[in-house]
Design a protein around this ligand. Structure first.
Ligand code: ZN
Ligand code: ZN
Length: 278
């Protein structure tokens, strides 16, 4: 076991109303798993106050509960404030303004095809068309320059699992990855995909290989909505990354990207005492 190096880059708080556990509880698991730090990235407030996001008025509370964890774990684990921003073309100017005066560590840009407002605008009864729109939006999100990392970047496969055909969509995905590569934005390998309708991490291995081929940085996130899932399946994820052509894994601290070799990351992880999801 070597010194802690890795961060958890994607996890939540009860303010989004579909997660449990305080930032301190998430931090405790991060420490137990041998991480160096944790970016808390709860669903940031949207103008229409969607049910899966914190309310505008809750932002100070969000900072307060993360600050309490930061103080509690000082000297042991870095606890940082991040955010997950729902991407919709119509929200770009809102996020630009919202993010302008915030001091954040990691900003996730997320296209959530299951969100009612997104579906209402872009679902036209055609699964392949919806998938294409989703991947185009990922590249649009990257080009805004607002985000460090694009989360769970093939989530749309779970909207119509029976209509998911990697070979069919991949040429379109590759065109969008070419756009993303030019922006320098990172992409996430999200281990919570194994709990979804198509039970595999997001994105799928074929897409991971295309990301690696373009040298797009990859960030690991468990997308934990319960503390026990912090760093869930990171060993498996690192193995997958290595098989798909990556040598390094990235994370953000104060919005600056850091990179460690997969081998170093692997050696730094500890088996948690509470391996609930094994
Ligand atoms: Zn969530
Ligand atoms: Zn998400």
């Amino acid at each position: 076991m070597s010194a802690p190096v890795l961060f958890e880059s994607h996890c939540h708080t009860p303010l989004c109303r579909h997660a449990v556990g305080s930032p301190s509880e998430y931090a405790r698991f991060a420490l137990e798993r041998g991480l160096a730090g944790i970016n808390i990235t709860c669903h940031g407030p949207t103008p229409r106050e969607w049910g899966h996001c914190m309310a505008q008025s809750e932002w100070p509370k969000y900072l307060e509960i993360i600050e309490a964890a930061r103080v509690e774990f000082e000297g042991q684990l870095e606890v940082k404030v991040g955010i997950e921003c729902d991407f919709l073309p119509s929200l770009v100017s809102y996020w630009r303004e919202f993010l302008a005066d915030k001091k954040l560590s990691h900003v996730l840009g997320s296209v959530h095809p299951q969100v009612a407002d997104y579906r209402a605008q872009f679902w036209h009864g055609d699964a392949l068309g919806y998938q294409k729109t989703y991947f185009k939006h990922l590249a649009d999100a990257a080009e805004t320059g607002l985000f460090d990392t694009l989360s769970h970047p093939d989530l749309v496969k779970n909207s119509t699992p029976q209509e998911w055909d990697v070979k069919r969509i991949m040429p379109h995905v590759c065109r969008q990855l070419d756009r993303i590569q030019k922006t320098g934005v990172a992409m996430e390998l999200n281990t919570s995909g194994v709990l979804k309708r198509i039970p595999e991490m997001n994105p799928n291995p074929a897409m991971l290989r295309e990301i690696a081929a373009r040298d797009i940085p990859i960030v690991l996130g468990a997308d934990a909505h319960v503390p026990e899932r912090v760093a869930d399946r990171f060993e498996e994820a690192l193995g997958l990354l290595a098989r798909c052509g990556f040598s390094h894994v990235s994370f953000f601290v104060d919005r600056k990207r850091r990179e460690v070799s997969i081998e170093t990351a692997r050696q730094s992880l500890k088996k948690g005492a509470t391996a609930l999801f094994e």
